[in-house]
Design a protein around this ligand. Sequence first.
Ligand SMILES: *[C@@H]1O[C@H](CO)[C@@H](O)[C@H](O)[C@H]1NC(C)=O
Ligand SMILES: *[C@@H]1O[C@H](CO)[C@@H](O)[C@H](O)[C@H]1NC(C)=O
Ligand SMILES: *[C@@H]1O[C@H](CO)[C@@H](O)[C@H](O)[C@H]1NC(C)=O
Ligand SMILES: *[C@@H]1O[C@H](CO)[C@@H](O)[C@H](O)[C@H]1NC(C)=O
Length: 592
Amino acid sequence: MLGHDMLIKHRKSILLLLLFAAICNIIVYLYIMERKTQATQTSTTFKTKTTIVRETETELSQLADNEVIAGLGAMGRAASGNWTKAQLLAMERSERETGYNAWLSEHISPERTLHDMRHHSCKKLKYPMEKLPTISVVIVQYNEQLSVLLRTLSSLRKRTSPKLLKEIILVDDGSDHDNFTDTLQQQFPSLLLQLRHPKQLGLMQARLTGARKAKQDVLVFLDAHVEVTRGWLPPLLAPLLENNKTCTTPVVDTIDYENFAYKRGKPSRGFFDWDFNYVQLPLLKKELAAMPAPHDNPIMNGGLFSIDRQWFFQLGGYDEGLRIWGAEQFELSLKIWLCGGRLLEVPCSRVGHLYRSGNFHVQYTKSESAIKAVGRNYRRVAEVWLDEYKDKLYVNMPHLTHIKVGSLSKQKSLRERLQCKPFKWFLDHLASDFLALYPLEEPVDYAFGTVQSVAAPNLCLDRAESAIHPQLLPCDRDLMYPKEQQKWSLSYFRDLHSSFHCLELQEREPQAEVWLWQCHHQAGNQFWFYDSNSKQLINGQSKADQRCMEAAVAERKIVANICNSTNQRQQWNFGYVDETRLEDFWNNVPET
Ligand SMILES: *[C@@H]1O[C@H](CO)[C@@H](O)[C@H](O)[C@H]1NC(C)=O
Ligand SMILES: *[C@@H]1O[C@H](CO)[C@@H](O)[C@H](O)[C@H]1NC(C)=O
Ligand SMILES: *[C@@H]1O[C@H](CO)[C@@H](O)[C@H](O)[C@H]1NC(C)=O
Ligand SMILES: *[C@@H]1O[C@H](CO)[C@@H](O)[C@H](O)[C@H]1NC(C)=O
């Protein structure tokens, strides 16, 4: 399982891409987070009509629940104000309960304005509006906050031509409360069709129930917490006119979970690694040159896509054996490509997605039933679609082979009936750079597992999802095979990474905080060595420049200082150290 995903090679890595890639993994987790959260829902009726201008602090302090503050978060700006202490506490509480600042969301207009996010060249493109197919939007929600849901629906109504948008099918997949129904129906009377499942079916099956009710030519699946931007739909539909076996995805922008700032995402090619993590690769040179033309997207991230309704069902929709969440985007993407279709990302279509806080994620990923369901889903998809390459997955995740997956005969006969191509075709045609980055044979790590502080042995190096600095948090029980956030590798590239996040030193001042950054595999400020005698983790290749990782125990931070072998805070234990390999560490270090 180790050292596989160190191999992403984004030379021009930027923070945005790092965050974006990190949070894309969260998409699949959202479902279970939502399922588990006992977040109390807003109980008062939402007063969309009340728009109040609050200018002074006194007035702000008199702000009632759910009052919309004029201009707050307008043009997709970060929503800011001179909040009272009580309000700040309310924000914190709402964020703990929902994974985003739900308190703030209630005070931002559901109709807030956004910038036109398109590249200027997109605005000049003309689409044959009269020929474009009509759409049914399918949204599944579970315990979503009303204010967020309203913003999703309002942005759709506001920025989509009514000639194209004929219906929005909102599936409530067993939320704890169902008292939004009337409010929503009043506000979107002709557009909205609501379905409610008293018991949760899981994301894929709930989407299928929505899709079966749809009447329009094209299905557009969206998450419940998005905002579409100007002109988002026509570019998404145009490629379907050329070839009706086309599935398209927009570029996914980010809505900040703390302040609702709308931030630009980056076009990319989705993939999965050999641990079935969703990963993103940069565009190929020819695709970059052709921007903003749509480009092949090997694997969708799963939340947002459009597809011909009939073709979706010819493909069998989602495998009905998939449960809760996980791997459904792999299944559908592989089916699309291997069974005669294509999947394109459309840079001229931009949709913002509200990703939840990483800390929220951490709390809810441990659910036994969810972990089981994911493993089962992985195995179903691997058995049906990966051919001999499934073994590669099983080497990394041997536990999958012990999971009972149920009958696969329906999926296998579908694959036969549609005469789908072998998985090797997918690698040959879409993955020219993939195997170089994620080789079938991986070099062994120098060390892996937790990085435990000697000075404070109950604390380990931890990376919260989408955090920019590592933290010191209580150690996982298993030091050799800990949870993802504490699983570090001193890799073949001589970097110290967890998933594709590398530890990086950006300055050499005393107490300089260590950063989490996308791995660049170019040594430099991401070069780390572990001295197993002194137990120091040393950054930098040349002696003069070297700094040692140090635990700032009181602040739970990780800093770097001039190396001092008697300083216990600079001493660390690795879960496992390959001493033999470590002896070779300094041989053949590439010149930088
Ligand atoms: C919605 O349901 C919750 C929980 O059952 C309840 O506390 C709240 O009063 C309800 N709100 C409305 C407007 O009915
Ligand atoms: C907050 O208060 C400061 C000083 O009173 C003022 O300059 C600033 O504009 C206020 N900010 C907001 C968002 O109201
Ligand atoms: C797609 O287009 C082909 C060729 O024009 C047509 O025969 C077929 O019925 C269409 N399929 C769907 C699902 O609309
Ligand atoms: C090295 O660390 C020890 C223990 O923290 C401290 O007493 C000593 O002053 C440090 N030496 C230097 C040169 O900073």
